[in-house]
Design a protein around this ligand. Structure first.
Ligand code: DLZ
Length: 212
């Protein structure tokens, strides 16, 4: 019998036509790297082409809403300009601040911006963007403020832009909780939530087209 948690549908949507963006924070790298791997594996298994996945990073989770908004806006203006591969300055700026992202095993941040990898991506606007971060509660109110701001920020961006934004923000009471939710806990009982986020992005990307 299926458990009560999870996205609850076995169906796989066809992502072969989709362009998906991923923005991830770099805080709590071990957790983030595993989540990113799970997300990318599922996107690929759903048929999303490697050249249509763009991965960018930001320092911490607080930066996620801004980065998602800029990434989507840049993809829209890119789509409306003549071919030639010149991204808007917003995405170029994001690319400069990145370091060691794992994109489909290339070990480099991907994308068609000046700091991106070698992939030649399509020019269509993103069908969905996945925001990934891991916030771990400390001894001050920092965690509460950032969790709240990022949750509301990501919701605002998706409603205002019309681009589905998958909420890949783990709000954790301990590092152990994060390791479990990234599927890398010592007991091996965890589940990589990145896999659900990849599936969710493809489902929303496909459904969005039907919804107009
Ligand atoms: C400052 C900070 C702290 C203490 N903890 C985390 C965290 O657990 N996860 C995370 O993604 N980011 C953290 N940050 C960084 C903030 O998100 C943000 O990058 C900085 O406050 C600069 O805006």
């Amino acid at each position: 019998m299926a458990g009560i948690k999870g996205i609850g549908e076995a169906r796989t949507y066809d992502g072969s036509d989709l362009r998906i963006g991923i923005i991830h924070a770099r805080w709590n790298t071990q957790i983030i790297d595993a989540l990113l791997r799970g997300t990318l594996q599922t996107l690929k298994a759903s048929g999303v082409k490697e050249q249509n996945i763009v991965v960018q990073s930001v320092p911490g989770s607080y930066e996620l809403p801004y980065a998602v908004q800029k990434m989507y806006t840049a993809s829209q203006s890119q789509a409306s300009t003549a071919a030639g591969g010149v991204l808007s300055s917003a995405t170029d700026l994001l690319s400069q601040s990145t370091t060691d992202l794992t994109s489909m095993g290339s070990g480099k941040e991907s994308g068609s911006g000046s700091g991106g990898g070698a992939n030649k991506s399509s020019k269509q606007p993103f069908d969905a963007i996945i925001a990934i971060g891991a916030l771990i509660k400390g001894s001050t109110m920092h965690f509460e403020y950032i969790s709240d701001a990022v949750s509301h920020g990501l919701m605002k961006v998706q409603l205002e832009s019309g681009c589905p934004v998958v909420f890949g923000l783990l709000t954790l009471l301990s590092e152990e909780q994060g390791l479990e939710r990234a599927g890398i806990d010592a007991a091996g009982k965890g589940h990589n939530h990145g896999e659900d986020w990849g599936k969710g992005a493809v489902e929303l990307g496909v459904k969005r087209r039907g919804w107009g």
